[in-house]
Design a binder for this molecule. Sequence first.
Ligand SMILES: C[S@@+](CC[C@H](N)C(=O)[O-])C[C@H]1O[C@@H](n2cnc3c(N)ncnc32)[C@H](O)[C@@H]1O
Length: 211
Amino acid sequence: MKQNDSHYVPAFGLHGLTPFYDPFARLFNALRSRLIQQANIQSGQRALDLGCGTGLLTRLVKQSAPEAHVTGLDGDDEVLKIARDKSRGTDIQWDEGLATDLPYPDQSFDVVVSSFVTHHLTGADKVRAFKEVHRILRPDGGFYILDFGPPFNLLTRVQASVMKNFEITVDNFAGRILPMLTEAGFGRVKEAEHVITFFGPVSFYQAVKGA
Ligand SMILES: C[S@@+](CC[C@H](N)C(=O)[O-])C[C@H]1O[C@@H](n2cnc3c(N)ncnc32)[C@H](O)[C@@H]1O
């Protein structure tokens, strides 16, 4: 495992639970598909799934654009093994690495997608990871994030009041993802859409690297 500090949060919170993550997480595939529609990945483009987990989003990217060069990266070798096993026969590259120290050259991807990962990172690591994504994207490349976001009605305010008590989710519920993307250097940032889920409000964030 590449996790080098106590802040690393595995897919289902605890390492012993990782084998149970995939059947639970696939319940949110409709949201992942929506993210991929927004990212609109084209044939021949290089796409990275940041914090790919068991590869649910990564495989949907490949299905949506079979001729794209698709890479899934995660810091946990146990979850990556599940991703590899579930994707046999599919042309996807799986890399072990940390979001805060991406093992790729500058400007090597056209698109980066990421689902349900930012709330696993501390505030400082979110900004570090966003800077890394900015570095590896080509000019005008896009970063598409699906994760918890600020509340937008009474019910989501109640949900967020509970969920924000977890240290690393607070930035999401407090609406800090967009300012953090700007701090990392992205030119155009926006929340494209938001939806309510059982666990709280979820946002679709978009950030474009300026030319
Ligand atoms: C909730 S899971 C989401 C997995 C997948 N994106 C999905 O939609 O199912 C969060 C993932 O982020 C990974 N992760 C957490 N911190 C990370 C870091 N610093 N670098 C790379 N991956 C990280 C975890 O190992 C886990 O697989």
